[in-house]
Write a protein that binds this ligand. Structure first.
Ligand code: ZN
Length: 252
């Protein structure tokens, strides 16, 4: 089992990070920790070095942070990615968020920065992890221009089935978070999406399957169990397929 997207570098885990990692090691074979800011990328790298062969970093700039960043900070993010690229298993998260960002100038800036990451994914031949919220069509339209990105992952996909179909037509991946445990919309999506394009994640500390409890990587099992139930398969079958997908996508 692999949690392909989480943020255990966040300060939410400052008090119990070691325990969270210990619990994860019991049931998971790997964790992909995505950087969302300049500092986040640094923390993701550090965590991966402290947990070699278990925590893998990706470097990005979350669209809710990126559009308001000073140019200097953006350049710093890119420079550090260039310097540390050998450790990255993917780029991202990067993308488009129309839910949090409404004005067109800010959206335009998000788009520019997202394109910058797409270019990096091409240059370094690395997968790209996309955050798209209320902007799935737009993100797809942009990423499609970059044919040579080896793998594209729409993390915590929450868009329509119609857009999901277009994503599948490109042979990209859709990652389902623990949200599938309680969201009818995600359950419907999973029912119609072939397992060969499915990945699993928690997006910890967000989207907990348990009310009042912070999400953590070991809870990815809840997503696997729910997908199994929806697909009328055994959890072990879902685990086998999604883990194989993750290993192939990230080369781990
Ligand atoms: Zn995230």
């Amino acid at each position: 089992m692999i949690d392909i997207h989480c943020h255990i570098d966040f300060k939410d885990f400052n008090k119990n990070r070691a325990e969270v990692l210990q619990r994860a090691r019991k049931s998971l074979s790997a964790i992909i920790n995505s950087g969302a800011t300049l500092e986040g990328n640094r923390r993701a790298l550090k965590l991966s070095q402290e947990n070699k062969g278990f925590v893998y970093p990706t470097f990005g700039f979350h669209p809710v942070n990126s559009y308001k960043a000073e140019l200097k900070v953006l350049e710093e993010v890119i420079t550090e990615i260039d310097q540390n690229i050998e450790y990255a298993v993917a780029l991202g998260e990067a993308g488009m968020d129309y839910h949090h960002v409404k004005d067109s100038k800010s959206r335009r800036r998000q788009e520019k920065i997202f394109e910058r990451f797409a270019v990096l994914a091409v240059e370094y031949e690395l997968p790209l992890i996309i955050h798209a919220r209320d902007a799935e069509e737009k993100a797809l339209e942009i990423v499609k221009k970059f044919h040579s990105i080896p793998e594209v992952i729409f993390h915590c996909y929450s868009g329509s089935m119609e857009t999901a179909q277009k994503i599948l037509d490109e042979e990209y991946y859709l990652s389902f978070s623990t949200m599938v445990c309680f969201s009818k919309h995600h359950q419907k999506l999973v029912a119609d999406i072939p397992l060969k394009n499915v990945l699993t994640e928690t997006d910890s500390p967000y989207l907990s399957p348990f009310k009042g409890k912070k999400n953590e990587p070991s809870f990815v099992e809840e997503a696997v169990n729910k997908i199994a139930q929806i697909k009328d398969k055994k959890p072990s079958q879902i685990d086998k397929i999604t883990e194989k997908n993750a290993k192939k996508v990230f080369g781990i």
